[in-house]
Design a binder for this molecule. Structure first.
Ligand SMILES: [Zn+2]
Length: 767
């Protein structure tokens, strides 16, 4: 497309022509190129909107501003529909979905049509993203028709303003970023243990006392504090201002008051709302507090009614989020008031739920009824399924997709926010040492991009309950807006195609090629973004036919990738990558991209061959589904993991041992088997307890050749990668059974004592 226009690009003197490119993010559903003249945008072009429509005036103003910011061309808005050379915004797509739009580009006009102002806004976003971010006197738009509509009606992003507070202007900047990515819902997490951040007029101490904490822990609950008082809250007027700002950008704000747990902000201010009466302190640390609202207390119920009444006066959202997550029941078990409530309601413990879980359900249903009576609906985190879900609740599935699947089967609406993929407070790179400190986890841009919100295990009918997806940004370790931007961009670009595009259109390498122009807009707006896509990434695949590990190197543009395989630092004179590297012996891969004077971060990886590498392997006991990644062949792929067990290099078992059978394909002399195990004790990820090797010539009769037991881990043992190796007298074998015992009983010093531990292994090497 666009040949007619390409011929026109040149720079001469003060004139600069550039060309629009409709390959934007999210990619429009349909782009039909026409063989006619392009439309030339210059300062003579007017933006036409329907007279008397305030929203369309705002849309026209947005477009005019975007054009000016991105290429410096001034355009004026008008309601004069006879204007010849114009970008015309029209509400004439009557049959379409409200957020759908069509753009028709011909030599005289660009016509943006939709059924509603929302659709026009997304058409404008597409136009804007198609314009290069460089000062130009004209921009040529190739003649074309674009048809587009979102896949999901709910396209969310969340921000926690409790653990760290963000000013009104910062929240507005965040909303601008969401609008750029066609997000239509902002989930605003306003209250938690570390502070209460919204003015409630009937309870002034919530903000006077509850918004402030004395100081903040440094790092991950280290016991060391910064000594700096911390606080901040939004007045109701400020919230209304933000609601209006978001509404202009077709973003609905769902406020969250997290209840009945995560309430220390309120409890210090009004200790009578807790089971013990306090005193309580706004938390200085992270985690889950056992101090929660006393549901046995009528004052608590009144408090919730009052808070929600003021809240819905500020927020017009149909949905109100009432939390429901991470609410320990310990204080309720000891509290006479809570126990009296349990008795009076006749709540009983049975094989499904405890009486206290039912008490939480009673409380959530109480809050739901208050809101339903006022025409609103509730959303809660997936814990609201425990104890029986409130009748009309929408479930936000965060611990995994399982809660969402269960809820959809119960005919409840669901928003998918699984922490495995959509927690943008998680690391986005495997090289965690090079990253700002994060809560943990691992979600690369690619992992976000390739995730799908619709579980295959649901029927079509059940899938209709999945309203969409949302990424969450918890800010324990994110203190500034610049850092928020770094965590969100460009993962949000990947998410926005998950939320908007048709699955059959998604293609990661195509996405990567389309992202530079969007990054141009990030730069223009001074957004801080992660640059990993500018680095080299490597795709490894086991090619057992050729006996090679095939390596594909990738970066987002056409800049040459230089690499070495001997561990030496690549320079501009090192080999240039052109096609898949077929590795058949030990290699230390290094790869880098030079763009002018600027070198990317160097990719470093190692491929290690042993007698078991790329050999057929099968598992003799089930892998843990959550951490099975590419499955059992991971153990013989020649690739090793680092101390982050979530990168896909490690696979796990839980509750059983990791037993595997490797076929060396011919009788082979062997004398050594080595494994490495990843340990992260806080996450219940423990060392192996035993390693045992059996070999066979015929695959029928096995002999044990080596066996070792390992002691249980002690509290002070280090986390990280632990190697185990068994050497034995040389034997001839074709089949090797490797049996790795997992921890079946977490020790008494551990918070999960008595439970089983995860076992993560990355590789089995046989020599
Ligand atoms: Zn109580």
């Amino acid at each position: 497309m666009g040949l007619l226009c390409l011929s026109l690009i040149f720079t001469s003197g003060a004139t600069k022509k550039s060309v629009a490119n409709y390959q934007v993010i999210p990619l429009p559903n349909e782009i039909i190129a026409h063989k006619s003249q392009c439309f030339t945008l210059d300062k003579s072009v007017k933006i036409v909107y329907p007279a008397g429509n305030e929203k369309m005036l705002k849309n026209a103003d947005f477009l005019s501003q975007y054009i000016k910011d991105q290429c410096g061309i001034e355009t004026y808005t008008t309601t004069d529909s006879k204007t010849k050379k114009a970008i015309v915004l029209r509400l004439d797509l009557k049959e379409a979905a409200p957020e759908a739009y069509r753009i028709v580009v011909n030599a005289q006009q660009i016509i943006v049509s939709a059924a509603s102002e929302n659709g026009i806004f997304y058409g404008i976003q597409t136009l804007r993203k198609s314009i290069p971010t460089e000062k130009s006197t004209t921009v040529e738009f190739p003649a074309a028709t674009l048809n587009d509509a979102p896949r999901f009606p709910y396209r969310g992003m969340h921000l926690d303003v409790v653990r760290h507070f963000f000013s009104v202007d910062e929240v507005k900047t965040y909303i601008d970023i969401l609008a750029l990515h066609n997000v239509n819902t902002f989930h605003w997490h306003l209250t938690d243990d570390q502070g209460w951040r919204i003015e409630i007029k009937k309870y002034p101490l919530l903000t006077e006392i509850g918004s402030k904490r004395a100081e903040t822990v440094i790092g991950r609950n280290t016991g060391v504090y910064d000594g700096i008082p911390y606080g901040g809250f939004y007045t109701q007027d400020e919230c209304r201002e933000i609601v209006a700002y978001a509404a202009d950008r077709y973003i609905n704000i769902i406020p969250e008051i997290d209840m009945p747990g995560h309430m220390l902000g309120a409890l210090e201010a009004y200790p009578e709302l807790g089971c013990t009466g306090g005193p309580y302190k706004v938390w200085r640390i992270w985690g889950i507090s056992e101090d929660v609202l006393c549901v046995g207390n009528d004052k608590t119920l009144k408090f919730i009614e009052d808070v929600l009444t003021e809240l819905i006066d500020v927020f017009p959202s149909k949905y109100i989020h009432i939390g429901g997550d991470e609410c320990p029941k310990t204080s309720w078990k000891k509290c006479p008031k809570c126990q009296a409530r349990i008795t009076s309601l006749g709540l009983v413990t049975d094989e499904h739920h405890t009486a206290e879980e039912r008490l939480q359900s009673y409380f959530m249903a109480y809050a739901e009824k208050l809101l339903n009576d006022k025409g609103r609906k509730i959303i809660g985190w997936d814990e609201i399924l425990e104890g029986g879900i409130a009748p009309n609740a929408t479930v936000m599935s965060w611990r995994s997709m399982e809660g969402g699947i269960e809820a959809a089967k119960l005919h409840h609406d669901v928003i998918m926010t699984p922490n495995s993929h959509l927690y943008f407070d998680h690391y986005q790179s495997i090289d965690t040492e090079l990253e700002p400190y994060a809560i943990g986890g691992y979600s690369s841009v690619r992992k976000v991009y390739e995730w799908d919100p619709l579980p295959a295990s649901l029927t079509n009918e059940e899938q209709k309950h999945i309203l969409g997806a949302q990424a969450n940004v918890w800010t324990e370790y994110i203190a500034t807006l610049k850092h928020v931007q770094y965590m969100v961009l460009p993962r949000l670009a990947a998410l926005c195609e998950v939320q908007w595009s048709k699955p059959e259109q998604k293609n990661y390498s195509n996405f990567v090629k389309r992202i530079p122009n969007l990054i141009g807009i990030y730069k223009l707006n001074n957004y801080n973004y992660a640059r990993h896509l500018f680095d080299v990434s490597a795709d490894f695949s086991s090619n057992s036919n050729d006996g090679t590990v095939d390596v594909k190197l990738l970066t987002l543009d056409k800049a040459p990738i230089h690499f070495t395989l001997d561990g030496s630092e690549p320079t501009p004179s090192s080999a240039v990558y052109s096609d898949i590297l077929k590795i058949k012996q030990n290699a230390e891969l290094r790869a880098v991209v030079f763009r002018g004077q600027e070198a990317s971060r160097i990719l470093k990886d190692e491929i290690l061959f042993s007698k078991s590498t790329l050999k057929p392997i099968k598992t003799l006991q089930p892998l843990n589904e959550k951490y099975m990644f590419n499955g059992i062949t991971t153990l013989v792929d020649g690739l090793h993991g680092n101390k982050n067990y979530k990168t896909g290099r490690w696979i796990a078992v839980y509750g059983n041992d990791m037993n595997a059978l490797i076929d060396l394909e011919k009788s082979t002399t062997i004398q050594e088997v080595a494994i490495s195990v990843c340990v992260d004790k806080g996450a219940w990820v423990f060392d192996a307890r035993s390693l045992s090797i059996e070999t066979s010539i015929d695959g029928v009769t096995y002999n044990r050749v080596a066996m070792e037991n390992y002691p249980p881990m002690k509290k002070d043992d280090a986390n990280g990668v632990i190697a185990h190796k068994l050497s034995f007298s040389p034997v001839e074998a074709r089949y090797v059974k490797v049996m790795i015992g997992s921890e079946q009983l977490l020790p008494d010093w551990h918070s999960g004592k008595g439970s089983k531990g995860f076992l993560f292994v990355d590789e089995i090497t046989i020599n």
